[in-house]
Design a protein around this ligand. Structure first.
Ligand code: 7PJ
Length: 260
């Protein structure tokens, strides 16, 4: 899954892709590089980032989804928590909802169910504004699994069939470096939830902190974590550097073939 941010203040693109042309060109490049899916987000969830209203989020994402639909059949996921944005994005051609709030915002659950597209339910402790202040868990793995199991149940009760649900432990969303690494190491346990696992580690601040490197120098760290996640059973990798990650995953796939 290749990430296309349309936010002027996104985590790691630093506003480089804030205009339509830049975002469109970037998305096309990720498709050429071998992305199986594109994730388009219009609201930054970076710690402390300001919230924007649905109209602005729609203005940033819908023209891009429409334009991509004209040139490609690639699955497009909309990274949003707002029911209005989900609706507009799917009408424009998005085929999946990726929600860092796991459909806990107003009308999100019912709207996603009505739209009939697959959903990714992500764990987050707290809110984007405050989540990195002092994240605490007694048992981070057990608590993330319990949360995700609860959200799977809520989604199913709202009418989203299990076959359309995937989950994500939400690396960096209300988690210290130790929490992130513990979750990465225990990723296999999340497979017991019985739905596909999506993970996003690409360029995250954990890499920056461990390597003491800014976002544009986290490629090797990102690839390394992507490979580890894939080895531990991740099904979908949400990444910025598609070509490089695709090569890394191809090596792992070759290994799997001799193991099979
Ligand atoms: C994630 C996401 C993630 C899912 C973002 C960033 C921050 N969606 N949206 N998982 N992260 N499912 O890309 O660094 O980890 S925005």
């Amino acid at each position: 899954m290749g990430v296309v941010n349309t936010t002027p203040d996104s985590f790691s693109d630093g506003g480089r892709f804030d205009s339509f042309d830049m975002a469109f060109g970037h998305a096309r490049r990720l498709i050429d590089e071998g992305a199986d899916m594109i994730d388009i987000g219009g609201e930054s969830t970076r710690p402390g980032a300001a919230r924007i209203d649905a109209d602005e989020e729609i203005e940033r994402t819908v023209p891009l989804i429409r334009a991509l639909r004209e040139v490609s059949d690639i699955p497009i996921s909309i990274d949003t928590s707002k029911a209005e944005v989900m609706q507009a994005a799917v009408a424009a051609g998005a085929t999946m909802i990726n929600d860092v709030w796991a459909l806990r915002q107003r009308d999100a659950l019912e709207t996603a169910a009505g739209l009939g597209v697959p959903v990714c339910l992500m764990h987050m402790q707290g809110t984007p504004e405050t989540m990195q202040r002092d994240p605490r868990y007694t048992d981070v793995v057990a608590e993330v699994i319990e949360f995700l199991a609860g959200r799977i149940e809520a989604a199913q009760r709202a009418g989203i069939p299990r076959e359309r649900i995937m989950v994500d432990p939400g690396f960096g969303f209300g988690k210290t470096i130790a929490h992130n690494l513990t979750l990465l190491d225990a990723l296999g346990e999340l497979r017991e939830l019985g739905v596909p696992l999506l993970v996003g580690l690409s360029r995250k601040s954990m890499i920056g902190k461990i390597l003491d490197k800014p976002a544009d120098q986290r490629l090797v760290g990102s690839i390394t974590l992507a490979v580890i996640a894939a080895m531990h059973g991740a099904d979908i990798l949400r990444v910025h550097d598609v070509a490089e990650t695709a090569d890394a995953v191809a090596m792992l796939r070759a290994l799997r073939e001799v193991q099979a």
